[in-house]
Design a protein around this ligand. Structure first.
Ligand code: PLP
Length: 392
């Protein structure tokens, strides 16, 4: 066979295969819910970010159908051209009201919201300060921005302060952090971060992707939970996790949003999501407002499950949320444990490098309001019989 300049990919994939790091897609049939049908089998789903159990809620589907009759499907263009319809407008208005901010802006995804916002706020001549465990979309935003990027150790505000003090004369400074960290399930020290930001006249961006709808008395996220909303200049959220929809958003001052409309490239150059998708998110927000018991239940069940895992002798790190890492360490042992669970009808994703550093592989248990106590019992039953994987 004649060789092609693209053939190098085969060797690279073989390399991933032989080190046990090759990823493959799994297709499920039917809706995304607490039980997932894969290859004809029903699995209990501990992998999704559908924290409030809204992804398959019929009220979202009804909102989509209602919007389809009025606005049909495709949005046709980016928002600044002709893509911004009445459902988009209404969702942005309701997001601002929900978040208690002057304004809000919709992006095609949370990934796009982070990349677009970070690159609009800082560039060459500016400095970025980013937690070592921030989400990939934040990392990519930092890289694309052209700003000098300082990575500080996870949640280490002393190191952050020292780095800011040593940073010298930059035009602008931006501190960026996840509110709730996606692999460890722990919260950012937002009160301390706000102090540092104030001391050094830095902007503070908090990505609430995993916390929107879950944390805070109104479900606004970790900043609300910790009482520091007024100190957060830029709030990024996603509709794709607890809200069970798709799309990302930024909430903040009108000034901030006006700037993003002009300068956030993923906003300017990407087609708006279908209006019916925005209508679904409006319905989801209403459920978050009207059914607080979903988030309250979710977090108290998470606490019970963590307690029982600790009793079994597992390490769960510093999680205080609906994301519970079972820390195994070794990548191969982690994947073996994940496949043992899979054989028993439990889908719990194994997380290994490059998503986590080598030696820090873990099972990521992601809880949903839709899970039942019986599902927890099944999970604990199998984990209780898997002691050989502990602390590897
Ligand atoms: C999932 C996630 C995103 C991206 O959101 P999408 O809407 O899925 O693109 C951004 N930040 C964090 C912390 C996330 O976990």
């Amino acid at each position: 066979m004649p060789s092609s300049p693209i053939d190098w990919i085969a060797a690279e994939l073989d390399q991933l295969d032989s080190s046990g790091l090759r990823r493959r897609l799994v297709t499920h049939e039917g809706p995304q819910q607490a039980r997932l049908r894969v290859a004809g089998r029903d699995l209990i789903n501990f992998g999704a970010n559908d924290y409030l159990g809204l992804a398959a809620d019929p009220r979202l589907g009804q909102a989509v159908q209602g919007a389809l009759e009025i606005e049909a499907w495709g949005s046709g263009a980016s928002p600044l051209i002709t893509g911004h319809g009445t459902s988009h407008e209404r969702l942005e208005h309701e997001l601002a009201e929900f978040e208690g901010t002057e304004s809000a802006l919709l992006f095609a995804s949370g990934y796009a919201a982070n990349v677009g916002t970070i690159t609009a706020l800082v560039g060459q001549g500016d400095a970025l300060f980013s937690d070592a465990k921030n989400h990939a979309s934040i990392i990519d935003g930092c890289r694309l921005s052209g700003a000098a990027t300082h990575i500080y150790n996870h949640a280490d505000t002393d190191e952050l302060r020292a780095r800011l003090a040593a940073a010298g004369s930059y035009r602008r400074r931006l501190i960026v952090t996840d509110g709730l960290f996606s692999m460890d399930g722990d919260l950012a020290p937002l009160a301390e971060l706000a102090d540092v930001a104030r001391q050094f006249d830095a902007m503070l961006l908090v990505d609430e992707a995993h916390a929107t709808g879950v944390f805070g008395s109104r479900g606004r996220g970790v900043a609300e939970h910790l009482g520091v909303e007024a100190d957060v200049h830029v709030r990024v959220g996603t509709l794709s996790k607890a809200l069970g929809c798709a799309g990302g958003f930024v909430a903040g001052s009108q000034l901030l949003i006006d700037w993003l409309v002009n300068r956030a490239r993923p906003y300017v150059y990407s087609t708006a999501q279908p209006a019916a998708g925005a209508a679904a998110a409006i319905a989801a927000l209403q459920i978050v407002r009207e059914e607080p018991r979903r988030r309250i239940d979710l977090l108290s069940r998470a606490e019970r499950l963590r307690h029982r895992l600790l009793e079994q002798g597992w390490r769960v790190g510093r999680s205080t949320s609906q994301i519970i890492p079972v820390q195994v360490g070794d990548a191969e042992a982690t994947m073996q444990l994940a496949s043992q669970l899979y054989e028993q009808g439990l889908w719990v994703p194994g997380i290994r490098p490059p998503s986590v550093p080598p030696g820090e592989s873990l099972l990521r248990i992601s809880l949903s309001y839709a899970h039942t106590d019986d599902m927890f019992d099944q999970l604990l039953d199998v984990l209780g019989r898997s002691g050989q994987f502990k602390n590897r």
